[in-house]
Design a binder for this molecule. Structure first.
Ligand code: 13P
Ligand code: SF4
Length: 341
């Protein structure tokens, strides 16, 4: 599947000692008055030097608590964009401008606007709920933004039952949410390139080879993987689930493979085995559960963006509308409206 973006191509970058890079980053952080946020899917060594790590929900909230004038967001583009939207006065840097997301790419704003207009013309009375894995331009067209961490609760408490729901862009998360909320939804046909290729056959084999193991899955996985799972949750919920098991257990992990780093840190008594993926073109099993976009983040690029002050996320006109939607959806105490808002 093409995401429209080139995949990680950093094999030509000259080798630099990670310990030297970490020292350099530490020094630059002080000089540049910067805080580093890192998603659970970036390389473990970046998570280790970050000031905040977490899932999309926690990081979006953490970004609003940062005291420094600069935020470096090690994740993908929509995450940096959300951090900027919620902190207009701060400088937000991202290590690689090309770190995109197949889900965000699947839902261009013009196509969404056209589909919403079509539904309105048909007389449908709906609210649009967008997964946070969307561009800011798409967020500005929506009523609510959810993450894997708050989607069920937000839909149950905020979306009136007499409204239809248009859920974008992840069909698998949407289908899962239909099941847990009992709400009917119009689903956008997007999917995550990492989660949609887990192999059910290999998962069943891994379960057989590891008696007593538990399968933990992200709700971005297709239905057949979720059906075979013992626990389904966003990355923070998966982490909490593993922490809650005190007895050493083998977990078969159906999400992005870098997630094993925070799982091992939080609950080292367990064994974690990544579920293999299957390549669509050849049908061969692969270790392709690494997100090529998240993998664009490297220690070198974190150092470079701090040193060079770019790439920077700059304010766009549609960020104002996206800000209102993001804040009322994600913040526990949303900013009070002020004159002119
Ligand atoms: P969460 O960390 O919110 O579960 O998000 C997963 C993801 O795919 C981020 O791109
Ligand atoms: Fe997007 Fe999937 Fe990568 Fe997350 S793991 S950034 S949803 S492509």
């Amino acid at each position: 599947m093409s995401t429209g973006l080139p995949i990680a191509d950093d094999t030509t970058a000259p080798y630099e000692d990670p310990l030297d890079l970490m020292d350099e980053i530490d020094q630059l952080k002080k000089e540049q008055d910067a805080t580093i946020l890192a998603h659970f899917y970036v390389d473990g060594e970046i998570q280790d030097i970050a000031d905040f790590t977490g899932d999309s929900l926690k990081l979006a909230r953490d970004a609003t608590r940062v005291q420094t004038s600069t935020i470096v967001f090690a994740g993908v583009h929509f995450m940096g964009e959300s951090a900027k939207i919620m902190n207009p006065e701060k400088r937000v840097l991202i290590p690689d401008l090309l770190a995109g997301c197949s889900l965000a790419d699947s839902c261009p704003p013009d196509k969404l606007a056209a589909f919403q207009n079509q539904l309105r013309a048909e007389g449908r009375d709906f609210e649009t709920v967008a997964y946070i894995n969307t561009s800011a331009a798409v967020k500005s067209l929506c009523d609510w933004i959810v993450t894997s961490g708050n989607a069920r609760e937000l839909i149950e408490t905020h979306v009136p039952r007499d409204k239809e729901i248009l859920f974008v862009p992840d069909q698998h998360l949407g289908r899962y949410l239909m099941e847990v909320t009992g709400r009917d939804m119009i689903l956008w046909p997007g999917s995550c390139m990492v989660h949609e290729i887990f192999s059910l056959q290999d998962l069943i084999r891994a379960k057989k080879n590891n008696p007593g193991s538990l399968v933990i899955s992200h709700p971005e996985c297709p239905h057949n993987i979720l059906e075979a799972s013992d626990f389904i949750g966003g990355t923070e919920k998966l982490r909490q689930f593993c922490i809650s098991h005190t007895e050493p257990t083998t977990f078969l992990v159906a999400t992005e493979v870098a997630m094993i780093h925070p799982l091992k840190l939080a609950a080292p008594q367990h064994e974690y085995i990544p579920v293999p993926g299957i390549m669509a073109d050849s049908g061969e099993t692969c270790a392709c559960n690494r997100c090529p976009h998240m993998a664009r983040n490297t220690l070198q690029k974190v150092r470079d963006c701090l040193r060079d002050g770019q790439p920077e996320i700059t304010w766009q006109p549609y960020f104002d509308k996206a800000r209102d939607v993001l804040e009322r959806s994600l913040l526990e105490s949303p900013r009070k409206p002020v004159n002119g808002d």
